[in-house]
Design a protein around this ligand. Structure first.
Ligand code: UDP
Ligand code: MG
Length: 149
């Protein structure tokens, strides 16, 4: 089944939104298969945001993501990559729809609370960048027959 990589950024942790964010993905019906609370190294941050290396916000973004703990997660489910992006909302929280995480909790593009992989292929790369195979747990939720026909 499809998997995506999500990370609650240092602002989301400081804002005490960890429980609220995890609750949204749980109650939607996605399955948590990887979770760790960690301080991000500069090397990991630069690799994760490598596509943005030439952008003016890159240095500030790397400084920010390494500034405090993040909650790194892998979630599983049908269509989870695109669905999680919808639940997260537009990059600029002022443009994010109400009901999305960024739309409900943020006001600034540099403090947009959470990262989510943008495509299935990116998700696979990000999952393997952030997690070792043995850190991911495949399991069968008991409620699955109530989520899928
Ligand atoms: N970002 C920023 N300023 C910008 C654009 C992006 O600080 O003008 C940051 C922001 O934290 C964003 C991240 O860089 O989440 C990655 O940008 P991307 O365009 O990939 O947005 P996302 O995929 O997170 O919506
Ligand atoms: Mg992105």
């Amino acid at each position: 089944m499809e998997r995506t990589f999500l990370a609650i950024k240092p602002d989301g942790v400081q804002r005490q939104l960890v429980g609220e964010i995890i609750r949204r993905f749980e109650t939607k019906g996605f399955t948590l298969v990887g979770l760790k609370f960690m301080k991000v190294s500069r090397e990991l941050a630069e690799s994760h945001y490598g596509v943005h290396r030439e952008r003016p916000f890159f240095a500030g973004l790397v400084d920010f993501i390494t500034s405090g703990p993040v909650v790194a997660m892998v979630w599983e489910g049908d269509g989870v990559v695109a669905a999680a992006r919808k639940m997260i909302g537009a990059t600029n929280p002022l443009a994010s729809e109400p009901g999305t995480i960024r739309g409900d909790f943020g006001v600034n593009i540099g403090r947009n609370i959470i990262h989510g992989s943008d495509a299935v292929e990116t998700a696979q790369q990000e999952v393997s960048l952030w997690f070792k195979d043995e850190e991911l747990v495949s399991w069968e939720p008991q409620i699955k027959s109530w989520l899928y026909e």
